[in-house]
Design a protein around this ligand. Sequence first.
Ligand code: GDP
Ligand code: MG
Length: 438
Amino acid sequence: LGSSLRGTLDKLQGKTTLSEDDVEEIVKEIQRSLLSADVDVDLVMELSDSIRERALREEPPAGTTARDHVLKIVYEEMVGLVGESTDLPLKEQTIVLAGLQGSGKTTSAAKMAWWFSKKGLRPAVVQTDTFRPGAYEQAREMAERAEVDFYGDPDNDDPVDIARKGLAETEDADVHIVDTAGRHALEEELIEELEEIEDAVDPDRNLLVLDAAIGQGAKEQAERFDDAVGIDGVVITKLDGTAKGGGALAAVDQTDSSIAFLGTGEEVGDIERFEASGFISRLLGMGDLKQLSERVERAMAETQEEEDWDPEDLMKGEFTLRDMRKQMNAMNRMGPLDQVLDMIPGLGGGIKDQLPDDAMDMTQERLRDFEVIMDSMTEAELENPRAIGQSQIERIARGSGKEEETVRELLEQHKMMNRMMKQFQGMGDGDMQRMMKQ
Ligand code: GDP
Ligand code: MG
């Protein structure tokens, strides 16, 4: 699905404005991806409306293609939908985990404790599930694996009492994570128990734990838990499976909260702090959307820079891929390299004859390929192309949809131009004068 979205977007390559049909096609592809990722239908429709409206109303800024511009809009609207990650200050706090049985609360409690311990805090897990046989043992073992403090009492059948005692017994810890019981369904009993625990421990945050496979049921669940204790954030578990967790967005929307953590496996270390761009890419089945969006911002900034571009800049400092790109863009406007070189004062015709023929062999098509390839590079790679190894070449080729061979050609081209620039830079003023006279 992601590839068909990419395909649709790629068809726009080269266009400077989008027709209503173009926009509609993109919106349809996004809808398809999101619905198959279990995102709530109403949310998908809202998102479609804003993308449609902005894509048709906003002009692509100078220096930006229509395709890149619409990608930026999609990314921004998606960030609006999934939200920022739940604010979790690294300090003393109590967190209660709520959710249905099997959603992953006990596992997440240990994982979160592990996560906080890696941040230098001292966490404790308090296990209050007296409902499920084996809950105590499971929580104790996981806390042990996470190497964090733990309290539970298999002989006590009063969860509220366990919660209260648990906080007191682990008072040396600074982050308390209170694991609660679930039920197969949202029974009144479960909700009451949760409310009483909440009263007893007075948490800073209540997090709702949801299985990534949760579909359209997320909204109702979220509403019940939110009414009972107030939900401040969501933990989505089991993202290592095939489910993409889009259903949880309805819970985020319903509770007006955000996503705190993602669970990506059964081990205590299998936890990630929620990060919008990765989650969005996963939902759309499309990589590097953040990078694409940043690239539009960069292009907007660079348009200004390029207008101030001076060929003489080439004579100073390290010749990076970014310089090469600027030069390529300038060449697009100013003409081929040999003419650009003519603009550098002090460079007579003589030196151009010493250049390898390849240096002049920059067809429009090659320039366009190189441009697309550079778009798939990171800032660090553009700045220091020497550090680009085989694995990066593979990634860049995949990201740009170009052959690895073409990526290597680009790097070769850069190396060659770099040598050339070094040669120019190595020439003192005297040499320049002499050359000018020739
Ligand atoms: P609880 O009933 O809400 O406490 O859920 P548990 O923490 O006991 O988890 C239920 C099952 O899901 C267990 O078998 C866990 O190992 C598994 N589980 C929890 N989180 C994840 C996850 O992120 N990935 C995978 N693959 N399994 C998970
Ligand atoms: Mg449990």
